[in-house]
Write a protein that binds this ligand. Structure first.
Ligand code: Z5A
Length: 220
């Protein structure tokens, strides 16, 4: 089963994935935890280019995310699914629709087709959307605009997308909510203002419910 975790900055995805992976493993499931960008063998280098380079056009940025995804699906995700494993992925194709589409303004239909090309039609069985007001998320990450360049903010690894203005992050949040309404059968929306413990419990409930009636949406 293929589960993706999506949401704006600082929504608590990585924190929840670690706990969920441990609990699923305890239940005897073979779990692979991975992320985008950076999950595949080429990914670390692409991730560095994507998140650290000074100025990159939206088109270049898109193609790097897609190259990362194609390599990730081909070498990590699809082989794990074929082997019957449980794959938990921190960000995937929906982040492209939202960040490069709703955020950067690239054509949504083109992005959907590009995602289909990069994933060879693989679609998550379940997507957990960690929904959060971006002000709260950015504050959690200690990068609210006013202290972006002061010494406090430098203690954290601030990346190029984090540096976008608050309006960009609002568009991202709204984009996630819009696409989740378009595919209600795939998405489960979680209120990411809840405690990590509550979020893990709700996410696990959603995952186990989906696993029970698991009818795969995957086309391969
Ligand atoms: N991107 C894109 O543009 N297009 C694409 O196709 C893809 C990605 C795939 C990757 O960044 C960037 O690439 C991302 C989207 C873009 N944009 N940015 N920036 P990344 O991989 O470095 O990071 P991220 O995925 O955005 O994750 P994150 O922002 O670091 O947050 P998170 O994983 O959701 O949250 P966390 O690390 O678990 O928690 C953040 C902090 O909040 C931490 O201090 C926790 O202790 C705290 N926390 C966690 N949960 C809670 C709760 N429940 N309450 C209170 N505090 C909490």
């Amino acid at each position: 089963m293929f589960v993706t975790f999506e949401g704006p900055e600082g929504a608590g995805k990585s924190t929840a994935i670690r706990a969920i992976s441990a609990q699923l493993t305890e239940r005897g499931l073979d779990v692979v935890t991975t992320r985008e960008p950076g999950g595949g063998p080429l990914g670390q280098r692409i991730r560095q280019m994507l998140l650290e380079e000074g100025s990159v056009s939206p088109e270049t940025e898109l193609l790097l995310f897609l190259a990362d995804r194609a390599n990730h699906v081909e070498t990590i995700i699809q082989p794990a699914l074929d082997a019957g494993k449980f794959v938990l992925c921190d960000r995937h194709a929906d982040s492209t629709i939202v960040y490069q589409g709703y955020g950067r303004g690239l054509d949504l239909e083109f992005l959907k087709a590009a995602n289909r090309f990069a994933t060879k039609g693989l679609v998550p069985d379940l997507t957990l959307l960690f929904d959060l007001d971006p002000k709260i998320g950015l504050d959690r990450l200690n990068i609210v605009e006013k202290n972006l360049f002061d010494t406090e903010a430098k203690r954290r690894d601030v990346n190029r997308l984090d540096r976008e203005p608050l309006e960009f992050h609002q568009k991202v949040r709204n984009g996630f909510l819009t696409i989740s309404r378009e595919e209600p059968e795939r998405f489960v929306i979680l209120d990411a203002e809840k405690t990590p413990e509550q979020l893990v419990e709700e996410a696990l409930t959603a995952i186990l419910a989906r696993q029970k009636g698991h009818t795969s949406l995957n086309t391969r």
